[in-house]
Design a protein around this ligand. Structure first.
Ligand SMILES: Nc1ncnc2c1ncn2[C@@H]1O[C@H](COP(=O)(O)OP(=O)(O)O)[C@@H](O)[C@H]1O
Ligand SMILES: [Mg+2]
Length: 259
């Protein structure tokens, strides 16, 4: 199963991706899981508490410098295997950047190839996508079983979600495999000090927004101080306490996706 996580920058894609990896590992012991960082600006490796790998972008660039050309796909396959990071619970690959002048082939084109290849060896592939839509527009997600579009409460997040959906539909992704994940939802009692009594609660705002979106909402993840604190201190998010509000919700989401 390939699960692609997309959405505007800062909405919580890396949070959802990393906690999903942990939940799946917990729910299905011994499942082979591959985490792919497809966002050059991402910190997926940090969130997972693993080190960065030599990225696919770097591998492609190195190929450009080889004098005696070997078969590109063979080279790619070998190098990807060599540079996949193995941990106890999951494997990890970083796409990186590599679309400089003279590049043999773009990272995004290769992502599609990687997904096709890796699907054979892994039960679960979790892809933390770039905020931009280039992966989708290059039809990378056509092979996705599930597309999770993450947004926070902001209007811009919802607008990005709609755009992502349109691009994904255009790229051939089936609508019934796309779900909206709304993140950082505060409870009524968590309203910021200074909010007037009349100020709408997060859930009221969301109910209005959700009414105007055509993407099927799958879950609302609460605002969770543990998540903020772990990110702020650079502690791997994957290690947050199991009773953290956000984690509990992602576990429900993982159960739903897995069954
Ligand atoms: N549910 C949440 N509660 C509180 N803070 C969150 C939550 N989800 C994400 N954050 C914070 O929002 C910021 C962006 O999250 P991140 O996962 O890196 O977003 P993206 O990958 O979409 O850019 C981080 O600082 C993170 O701590
Ligand atoms: Mg990210």
């Amino acid at each position: 199963m390939i699960i692609v996580i997309a959405g505007k920058g800062g909405v919580g894609k890396t949070m959802v991706s990393s906690l999903l990896v942990r939940c799946i590992a917990e729910l299905k012991k011994d499942a082979k899981i591959l985490a792919i960082d497809a966002d050059p600006a991402s910190n997926f490796a940090d969130a997972l508490g693993t080190k960065s790998s030599i990225s696919i972008g770097e591998i492609i660039q190195n190929f450009n410098n080889i004098k005696d050309k070997v078969n590109f796909l063979d080279y790619l396959q070998n190098k990807i295997s060599e540079n996949t990071i193995h941990t106890e619970k999951f494997d990890f690959i970083e796409m990186g950047q590599g679309e400089g002048a003279g590049c043999y082939c773009s990272v995004n084109d290769v992502l599609r190839f990687v997904l096709e290849e890796k699907q054979k060896n892994y039960e679960f592939v979790i892809v933390d996508c770039a905020a931009g839509l280039e992966h989708l527009s290059r039809k990378t997600t056509t092979g996705a079983d599930i597309l999770l579009i993450v947004t926070d409460l902001c209007e811009a997040g919802f607008r990005s979600a709609e755009t992502i959906k349109k691009i994904a539909v255009h790229a051939g992704v089936k609508e019934d495999t796309m779900f909206l994940v709304i993140n950082k939802v505060k409870t009524d009692s968590e309203k910021v000090k200074g909010d007037s009594e009349e100020a709408k609660t997060d859930n009221e705002i969301l109910n209005e927004r959700a009414e105007n979106t055509e993407i099927l909402e799958i879950c609302r993840i609460p605002y969770d101080k543990n998540i903020t604190a772990y990110n702020a201190s650079g502690t791997p998010l994957i290690d947050i306490p199991a009773d953290s509000k956000g984690y509990v919700k992602i576990k429900e989401l993982a159960k739903f996706l897995m069954w």
